[in-house]
Design a protein around this ligand. Structure first.
Ligand SMILES: Nc1ncnc2c1ncn2[C@@H]1O[C@H](COP(=O)(O)OP(=O)(O)O)[C@@H](O)[C@H]1O
Ligand SMILES: [Mg+2]
Length: 342
């Protein structure tokens, strides 16, 4: 079954067959919410309901030339299943309606045609205290409830981790890569160059990348990276593009396709990085850092390093954000992130 908005009868039959629509229920419209991204995500509307249906394929939608693990929607579905027993976590995400493992399809409650939180990157947009606390409590609960020595092997999620590893820890630091930073913003290439030439920095980033990858391929390669002290279930992609603002004005979290058992410092580091890139006041960062319930062994230096590398890769790598920062603002963020990567 290949989801296709152009093939409505096939789609309708499929959804009825799996029981996501009633037998007589007719699709009134189909649309693609958000922009084309990793997966094929559609909204199906009938007179009775609307559903979000997400299919993962063996490539990324936005870049079909890039091979990707086809079962990532199933892994994402497992994350939704795993967090169901924890009311705070379940209520902070859309309801899981079903998973079709055979076709790598995930069906979720539709939160409506709502905006994500990338508006925070615009000037003078601020995360409310309530939202800040929801995000922080979400990570506290997730990291508290799913600490284990023996995780479900599906959460090793090695292929997605390898892809993210390349995007975060490798590609942005290559002197000759395919991104012309001056097309992002004139002067950015020159600003980035010293970091790409900084051997000490690159060594720290390489080691950090190994912490990120630790235990991803235990059986296959026999490689054993130094695992972080605390391993817990991570969301794995905790930035404003994965946060939606419901019609009631609440924040909900989506898109845990990069989830894995790893260092809690990674999720927290990424969150802080995006708050910094979005120029949020230090009081917001303080709220996160003081209200987050640190798991035993939580390493603040490691958290800062993950923050540093996330800032750098978003500014000088390929996964650019819709920012309106000046070159001077980027320079000071890069300076700050370099300090975090000592
Ligand atoms: N449950 C949902 N309710 C409403 N809109 C959603 C929901 N899930 C996803 N979307 C919309 O679809 C877009 C892509 O979803 P996402 O899970 O981020 O896919 P991808 O894995 O391709 O990044 C989101 O940015 C959002 O606009
Ligand atoms: Mg997404």
């Amino acid at each position: 079954m290949h989801l296709d908005t152009q093939q409505l009868p096939t789609l309708q039959d499929y959804l009825r067959r799996l029981g996501w629509l009633d037998n007589q229920e007719i699709i009134s419209s189909v649309e693609t919410p958000g922009k084309e991204n990793l997966n094929y995500t559609i909204r199906v509307t009938t007179p009775f309901r609307s559903l979000i249906i997400k299919q993962s394929r063996e490539y990324f939608e936005a870049n079909p030339a890039l091979a990707a693990p086809a079962n990532r929607a199933v892994i994402e579905g497992r994350f939704y299943q795993e967090i169901q027993p924890i009311p705070m976590l379940a209520s902070a995400m859309p309801l899981l309606m079903g998973v079709d493992r055979e076709n790598n399809i995930l069906v979720l409650e539709d939160l409506g045609n709502v905006r994500d939180y990338t508006f925070l990157y615009e000037p003078d947009q601020f995360l409310s205290e309530a939202d800040t606390l929801t995000l922080t409590n979400y990570l506290s609960e997730l990291h508290y409830h799913f600490t284990t020595q023996v995780p479900d092997p599906i959460f090793a999620n090695p292929d997605m981790r390898l892809l993210n590893h390349e995007k975060i820890f490798s590609f942005p630091f290559l002197q000759a890569n395919s991104v012309d930073l001056d097309t992002v913003q004139p002067g950015l290439a020159e600003l980035a160059l010293p970091y790409k030439r900084d051997m000490a920095l690159k060594k720290v980033v390489r080691q950090l990348g190994q912490v990120y990858l630790a235990d991803s391929f235990p059986a296959q390669s026999g490689q054993s990276y130094q695992a972080a002290s605390t391993k817990t279930l991570l969301h794995g992609d905790f930035h404003p593009g994965s946060w939606l603002q419901t019609q009631q004005g609440h924040i909900k979290l989506i898109d845990p396709g990069f989830c894995f058992y790893g260092p809690a410092e990674f999720d927290l580091g990424v969150l802080i990085a995006h708050l910094m890139i979005a120029q949020q006041p230090s009081t917001t960062l303080d709220t996160v850092l003081t209200s987050y319930l640190k798991p035993a062994g939580f390493d603040e230096t490691l958290r800062q390093r993950f923050t540093g590398v996330e800032i750098m890769r978003r500014l000088i790598g390929a996964a650019q954000l819709p920012l309106s920062l000046s070159i001077d603002q980027k320079r000071s963020l890069l300076d700050e992130s370099r300090q975090m990567l000592q």
